[in-house]
Design a protein around this ligand. Sequence first.
Ligand SMILES: [Zn+2]
Ligand SMILES: [Zn+2]
Length: 172
Amino acid sequence: MEENSPFVFSRDEIREKGGLKAVFKPEAAQFSDAIEKPGELKSLALTLEFFPDEKGAIILSGALEAELKLECYRCAGLFATRLKENFDEVYEDTVEYIDVREAVRETLVLLMPMKILCSDACKGCCQVCGSNRNAKTCSCQAPKQNPFAALNVVLKNPAPDTDNARHKRSKE
Ligand SMILES: [Zn+2]
Ligand SMILES: [Zn+2]
């Protein structure tokens, strides 16, 4: 355990002081693995508050603010964004030195939205030429819907009651 790391806090010190607060901006690079490529963590700011509870455990109440570059779900363009999240953790009284790195990394992983857009108005990419339609307007025609496509679906998947209907009719 690296006791001099800015991420490591002494349980005894927190107890003696009745609480401890730390605000710092760690190197973003050491958490880069928490962000899926081609996304990128640009900077990170942490606010950590520790409190001892009556049973001897240490409660961490943390806040994280991340500056990120993320890939748009619709147009695949990279864009800058800022996300905030709070997190809580309880460290048992047996933990002498509290390392917050794991909690920070987990919070970053959970922070990533599954489907994030560069803007609500993102136009996505052209289905024909693949160009980013936010950047330029191409003159491609959208592919025409085949009018028989719907009919094909019906023919391939006959409605479940078709057989019954035929059956009834043959009985009559
Ligand atoms: Zn987009
Ligand atoms: Zn196009």
